[in-house]
Write a protein that binds this ligand. Structure first.
Ligand SMILES: Cc1cc2nc3c(=O)[nH]c(=O)nc-3n(C[C@H](O)[C@H](O)[C@H](O)COP(=O)(O)OP(=O)(O)OC[C@H]3O[C@@H](n4cnc5c(N)ncnc54)[C@H](O)[C@@H]3O)c2cc1C
Length: 399
């Protein structure tokens, strides 16, 4: 009897995990279930498309380790599969004197995480890279790149299908029951049995774990990120990637400019509470999901701690003028007319009971299940490394 593994979630983390399982043991009977009709329908298909270098993450954390390893694996995968990418580098700009010391912290972190060639730059040197930028000082990180993660996910799917992986798309997992020998997975269409279930459910990873009877003690808080696109006639204002210095107490990077590999320049994303886990617009509300978020003690503490930052983000969400003003700190020439409303994405950010927005990736194991409970940015960059880790755990489970 072949060992059977079911992965829930055909986002980039679930797909990468599938690939790594098949690489370790091609004879495993593998299926991937997703409630959507195609892969990468949520976070993996609604992100900034940046190949992160590992600059920001605490040395030794799962994020730092998996980002640098994932970076190498992703570039190898893109080269093998003929997926276009561009290692164009990025600059981080301090726009006030108070932010300058943070540049040192970033350089130290980057170097500790193995990055070479990060250089401190005067504003004049920055202008040679990005002529329209303003600020006090900055750094250049040569390793950062851009890719289309939807394309990466589609290639992963094709590769998995060639390796005899079954895709059960358009099937929502409704219940998960574990017993000593196998787990029973009931979807909106079928019932399956599997020796091991791997939960890569992104925005619903906590719900899927709870469904399986786990006491996870964290909640996924959905933070929407909204983008504007730079009008074609103004694309010359940005060459590659321009980032502000991030707020060290907040897990998001601040609105920035990103050249997209498929063309165009995006500005954003901001970070506002989504009123629904898959709430891509301001009017997208699910009262029971919103109520659950608000009632989570950890969220109430987050709201208390970050209310000022949160209000600023909310203001920038409703006011194009406010959003433009934030961007003008990096490029003063930008005007409201240069920006058109773009798409959005919703980040799955785990929050603990005590008000901590959990910074690191979280992977938990139970008897017949492995749960990837927190895989926010840079999890697209890190996906193949996270997949490698989870596949290793899966093999141990099957033994
Ligand atoms: C706005 C934004 C910008 C970002 N920018 C970057 C970036 O530039 N670089 C980077 O590295 N990372 C970035 N990220 C982070 C990155 O996109 C995510 O960390 C990554 O895509 C997570 O992948 P995932 O597979 O865990 O989740 P997802 O892609 O969300 O996949 C989870 C899947 O589970 C499925 N699912 C959930 N519940 C069920 C159920 N009950 N039954 C069946 N299926 C279910 C969903 O349909 C979904 O397809 C960004 C994220 C966002 C939102």
């Amino acid at each position: 009897l072949k060992p059977k593994i079911t992965i829930i979630g055909a986002g980039i983390v679930g797909l990468a995990t599938g690939l790594k399982i098949k690489e370790l043991n091609p004879f495993i009977d593998l299926q991937i279930i997703d409630k959507e009709p195609h892969v990468s329908a949520h976070q993996s298909g609604h992100n900034s498309g940046v190949i992160h270098s590992g600059l920001y993450y605490k040395t030794g954390s799962l994020k730092a380790l998996n980002c640098t390893r994932g970076y190498d694996l992703l570039i190898k995968f893109c080269n093998q599969e003929g997926i276009p990418f561009d290692i164009c580098g990025k600059i981080v700009v301090a726009t006030t004197h108070e932010q300058v010391s943070m540049l040192d912290t970033l350089i130290t972190r980057g170097r500790e995480n193995g990055l070479k060639g990060i250089v401190r730059m005067t504003i004049d040197a920055l202008k040679e890279v990005e002529p329209h930028v303003a600020g006090v000082e900055g750094i250049k990180v040569p390793q950062t790149g851009i890719v289309d993660y939807r394309m990466v996910a589609n290639k992963m799917r094709l590769k998995l299908e060639k390796m005899d992986t079954r895709f059960c798309l358009g099937e929502r997992v409704m219940s998960l029951v574990g017993s000593a020998a196998y787990s029973e997975i009931t979807t909106s269409r079928n019932t399956y049995h599997s020796h091991l279930v791997i939960n890569c459910g992104g925005l619903f990873s906590d719900k899927l774990a709870e469904m399986a009877g786990e006491k996870v003690d964290l909640k996924i808080i959905p933070f929407r990120g909204e983008y504007f696109t730079l009008k074609r006639s103004k694309e010359g204002l940005v060459n590659n990637l321009i980032y502000p210095v991030p707020d060290p107490s907040f897990p998001f990077l601040g609105v920035h400019f990103t050249r997209m590999i498929r063309g165009g320049i995006e500005a954003g994303p901001n970070a506002v509470l989504a009123y629904r886990r898959e709430g891509y617009s301001k009017n997208d509300i699910n009262l029971s999901e919103l109520f659950e978020t608000i009632m989570w003690p950890g969220f109430q503490k987050v709201a208390k701690k970050y209310w000022k930052t949160g209000l600023g983000e909310l203001y920038r969400s409703y006011s194009k003028k406010g959003f433009t003003r934030a961007l003008q700190q990096l490029i003063p020439e930008i005007t409201m007319d240069d920006l058109a409303r773009g798409g959005s994405g919703v980040r799955a950010q785990a929050c603990d009971r005590h008000g901590g927005l959990i910074d690191d990736f979280v992977i938990r194991e139970s008897k017949q299940m492995i749960h990837v409970l927190n895989a926010p940015s840079p999890a697209a960059t890190s996906s193949l490394a996270i997949g490698e880790t989870v596949a290793g755990l899966a093999m141990r489970h099957l033994e």
